[in-house]
Design a protein. Sequence first.
Length: 271
Amino acid sequence: MGGEVTGPRVTVAGLGATVAIDVVGDRAAELAGALRSAWARALTDDDPAQTITAGLLTAGDGASSPSRFADHLAGHDLDTLMERITQRVTLALIEQRAGELLMFHAGALSDPATGRAVVLVAESHTGKTTLTSRLGAEFGYLTDETVAVDADGSILPYPKPLSLRTPGTAERREVGADDLDLAPTPTAASVARIVWLERSDDHVGPPEAHELDLFDAIVRLVPQTSSLAALDRGLHRLRALIEATGPVLEIRYAEAETLRPLLRELMGADA
């Protein structure tokens, strides 16, 4: 990367916040194009509250190049750099909304007509993104990673790229929601139900769902939140959301496709 070259700016919005990605270096056009494609649903012209800088290194850039750009996200491989940028953007957005929103490490899909959404909570690397990518063509795609809920139960969308494993490898690619033909992201959405996902290859038959008592639900959900301690009366906010939307459901399943009927039912409950 040949120095501090002023390049394109890609600004994205999510969780009700904004981050600009300033793209630098000789491969700026390539990286900016990939970012605009992957983040198409989150692009905005709003002024950013925070800025990060990223650059895609050329073949001629040696091993010392990343250290020369210590304040930047830099790398030779596009897919790896895109994943790092997504992680940094997500962290920046969460930091901006800390103390304001109840935030879960979760996916969310909604009824395209009503915006009523199911929050899909699970431990990391247990299938949230796979589920979201497979069912998102029918249900409105809100996010596959961070669900931000306001005090009134409304969800602030974060239609980020989905990090999908490349078949036959351990590598991941950031794929835009439009490239996956996911249903449109609603501008207004609200929590219809929170579910706790337990995926198992050994599960046989249709999904099994049962209600968690309030204490068990909170014990499971708290580790899957962001900045809960920074939120005024955060535990009370969490409890109030559960009480307003119904008991958290634990769902045991094997294949994402089998969850369609249950999600439809949950989105339509009390509609």
